[in-house]
Design a protein around this ligand. Structure first.
Ligand SMILES: [Zn+2]
Length: 93
């Protein structure tokens, strides 16, 4: 189930750029935790190998594409943010 932020032209362009770079055998840098995104890189190094699964990362608002992130780092950060949002709702109620 794709989130709305994954349907933007910016997201698709970055996805394409990442895929093309990896196809050329280029290494990428995981940006999780930078540029307005919370969380951080969970791998021992921020290097993303051409064979690693890379995701398109967004800032916390989800409206700015900030670059590639390891799949693990990106998914973990998204999950934590949803968890936090749920806790906030509980306090408000
Ligand atoms: Zn990472």
């Amino acid at each position: 189930m794709a989130r709305p932020q994954h349907r933007t032209p910016e997201h698709r362009a970055e996805r394409k750029r990442i895929t093309a770079a990896q196809a050329r055998g280029e290494w990428l840098i995981c940006v999780q935790g930078w540029h307005g995104s919370s969380g951080g890189c969970l791998h021992p190094t921020r290097d993303i190998a051409p064979t690693d699964e890379a995701h398109v990362a967004h800032n916390d608002e989800g409206n700015v594409v900030i670059g590639p992130a390891h799949a693990l780092c990106n998914v973990t950060d998204g999950g934590q943010r949803r968890h936090v949002a749920k806790d906030v709702t509980r306090w408000v109620l």
